[in-house]
Structures are given as C-alpha cells and as structure tokens.
Design a protein around this ligand. Structure first.
Ligand SMILES: CC(C)(COP(=O)(O)OP(=O)(O)OC[C@H]1O[C@@H](n2cnc3c(N)ncnc32)[C@H](O)[C@@H]1OP(=O)(O)O)[C@@H](O)C(=O)NCCC(=O)NCCS
Length: 178
C-alpha cells in the first residue's frame, strides 16, 4: 500500500469480533485474542484495536495496572501505573503511525482512570519498538533486563512456554488539575 494518510479509529474490542481478530492477528495462536479480551471483560483494562477501512491493522492491550512481575514490582510502585502489552501492527501498515495512535489513545484513557504513569516491557533486541517508545517519551527504567514468560496454545491445542528478555520503560502522565 502507498503512504496515504490513514484514517484510523481506535476502539476497544467487541466479543463478536474475536474470531475475525484471530484471523488477522494470530491464526496460529487463537487463544491470544480471547485472553486479551478476558482482561477487558474482568474490568482490568481494554483490548484496543486500530481499524482502517473496517480492517483491524494494529492492537495493544492496555491494563489499568501492571506489570505484575516481581522483577518490576519490587522496585517500582505500579499501583497507579497503567501497562501496555502485546503491541503489534500488521506488516503492511507499519511506519504509518498506527502504534503511535493507539499509544496516545491509551495514555488519554489511562489519565481518565487517574493513572499517574504508564509503562511497558520491550525486548532488548527490539530496537525499532524501543526507538518508537523513546520518541513517545518512555524512559528506560535503568534497572537492567529481566526475563518474562507466558503460555501459548497453538491452533492444534499444543501448549508451551515462550520467554523474552526485556527492559521496563515508563512515562509520567500529567493529569489535568480541575
Ligand atoms: C513496534 C511496532 C508495534 C510499531 O508499530 P508501527 O505502527 O509501525 O509504529 P508507528 O508507525 O507509530 O511508528 C514507527 C515509526 O514510524 C514512524 N512513522 C509514524 N508515522 C509515519 C508516517 N506517516 N510516515 C513515515 N513514518 C512514520 C514513527 O515516527 C516511528 O519512527 P521511528 O522508527 O523513528 O521510531 C511494529 O513495528 C510491530 O508490530 N513490530 C512487531 C511486534 C513488536 O515488536 N511489538 C512490540 C512489542 S514491545
């Protein structure tokens, strides 16, 4: 696709869209979308989707607090810090502002929830994502790297554990004074 100006709509996922979202984002790992939506259903966050011309082109999971991993919680008070995870823009829509638009909307929503900061984890070898987050004001927490892991289940029901070495980055959110 060319470099047309994208008209994006950022909306929380609806349950009726989940099968479609699986086909767009993770056909080999169908449970991913359902797990993200479960977070939203429990009231712990929002599963945010960027739509362009009725097609889902990017997503992030916004949690109202996190990450709940000891490597971070022993050093950072995350009780009023929102947390962004599982960000992805589909290949042909990258470098067009999709992730930026989702992150900015996530920050607005986190402020509405009175979160005073927002954080995320990024893989130590993911230079592209780290550069984007830095550009958006996220700062390396300065306490080094740590290992995260999560369970997956593929389309055949096989389960496994994936791991990644990450750092934590955080941004202060300036709340409007009323
Ligand atoms: C990381 C990722 C989510 C970024 O998504 P994206 O939608 O391409 O992000 P954006 O378009 O908002 O920003 C990416 C870059 O494009 C630039 N950009 C934004 N709009 C642009 C436009 N209209 N024209 C040209 N460049 C543009 C941004 O300034 C940014 O520049 P940078 O590389 O110098 O930082 C995407 O690369 C991805 O899905 N990667 C694989 C999964 C992943 O690593 N996820 C992150 C886990 S922490």
């Amino acid at each position: 696709m060319n470099n047309e100006e994208l008209y994006l709509e950022i909306k929380e996922a609806q349950e009726s869209q989940l099968d479609f979202l699986v086909t767009q984002f993770s056909p080999d790992n169908p449970k991913f979308q359902y797990n993200r939506f479960a977070v939203q259903k429990r009231g712990e966050g929002l599963y945010m989707i960027a739509w362009h011309n009725n097609a889902p082109v990017g997503h992030f999971l916004l949690r109202w607090s996190g990450p709940h991993v000891e490597s971070v919680t022993k050093l950072v008070d995350i009780s009023h810090s929102a947390f962004l995870e599982a960000g992805l823009t589909i290949d042909e829509y990258r470098r067009k502002g999709v992730a930026t638009a989702i992150i900015k909307e996530a920050e607005r929503l986190a402020k509405e929830r009175k979160c005073t900061s927002i954080g995320l984890e990024v893989g130590i070898s993911n230079a592209e994502a780290k550069r984007l987050y830095q550009k958006l004001g996220y700062i390396d927490w300065g306490h080094g790297e740590f290992l995260i892991s999560w369970e997956y289940e593929d389309e055949y029901g096989n389960t496994g554990i994936e791991t990644e070495v990450v750092i934590y980055m955080q941004k202060e959110l300036i709340l409007a004074i009323k």
